[in-house]
Design a protein around this ligand. Sequence first.
Ligand SMILES: NC(=O)c1ccc[n+]([C@@H]2O[C@H](COP(=O)([O-])OP(=O)(O)OC[C@H]3O[C@@H](n4cnc5c(N)ncnc54)[C@H](OP(=O)(O)O)[C@@H]3O)[C@@H](O)[C@H]2O)c1
Length: 245
Amino acid sequence: MQQHHGKTIWIIGASSGIGAALAQTLSNEGARLILSARRQDKLEEVKGQLHGDDHKVVALDVSDADAFLNAAKAIGPVDSVIYLAAVYKPNATALSDVKQALDVNLFGAFACVNAVRDIFKQQGHGQIVLCASVAGYRGLPNAQPYCATKAALINYAESLKIELEPEHIDVKIICPGFVKTDLTDKNDFKMPMMISADEAASAISKGLTQKGFEIHFPKRFTLIMKTLRLIPNWLFFVFSRKMRR
Ligand SMILES: NC(=O)c1ccc[n+]([C@@H]2O[C@H](COP(=O)([O-])OP(=O)(O)OC[C@H]3O[C@@H](n4cnc5c(N)ncnc54)[C@H](OP(=O)(O)O)[C@@H]3O)[C@@H](O)[C@H]2O)c1
C-alpha cells in the first residue's frame, strides 16, 4: 500500500542528502511534493527523478521569513511540512559561523512554522516535522554551534507539540544518528553505525505515519546516545572528554 497516497508534503532542504532521498521515497509512496532549498538547479534535478509528475520546486532561503510566508501562500494547501535545512561546520567557533547556524538551523525552523501555522489552523489539520539530531541530546565537543541549535530544536518541537495539539496539528522531531551525506563528508573522524540517506528516508517515511513524537534512527546508535541523557553529568563528561579532538 502507498503510505502517503494523496498527501501534499513540503520538504525544506530537499536539494541534497536526506531531503533528496526522502523526496524520492515519499514520491514512490504516492505523495505530491513541494521541494525547497536555495539551489534551484539541484531541486529541479531531484524533481526530475521523482515518481509522478505533479511535484513543484519553490526555491527559497530559509533565513528570509518573508520569502517563507510568500512561498507558503503561493503553494496553497499542504498536509505536512518537513524542515530539514541545516548548515554544519566542524569545530566552528567564529561568530559568523554561529550566526549562520542560528539563522538556518533555528530561525529558519521558526520562520517555517510561522508560515504554515495559520494555514494548518484554517484547514483544521496539518503536520510539522522538524529535524534535530542525536547531537542535540547533550552538548558534544567540536560541534558548536550545531549541537546547540539541534538541542534548541528538540525543545522547540516539544513546546509546539503541546500548543498545537488542540488545533489538530501533529508535531514531530527527527533525530538521526550518522547518515552519509555532504554534511557528514566534512567530518574527518570515524562515524559509528553510519547509514545511507535512503535508509534514513525510509525510517522517516515510516515515522511520519506513526503516533510517536520522535523519529530516531538507527536505533542501535540512537539508544546508546539516549543513555547519555540519563547518566549524571560527571559520567557524561568522562565519556565526552574522550571525544575531544
Ligand atoms: N547527515 C547526518 O548524519 C545527520 C545527522 C543528524 C541530523 N542531520 C540533519 O538532517 C538534515 C539534513 O541534513 P543532510 O545530512 O541531508 O545534509 P545536506 O545534504 O547538507 O542538506 C542540507 C540541506 O539544507 C539546505 N539548506 C542549507 N542552507 C539553507 C538555506 N539558507 N536556505 C534553504 N535551504 C538551506 C541545503 O540546500 P541548499 O544548499 O540548496 O540551500 C540542503 O538541501 C539536517 O537538518 C541535518 O542537521 C543529519
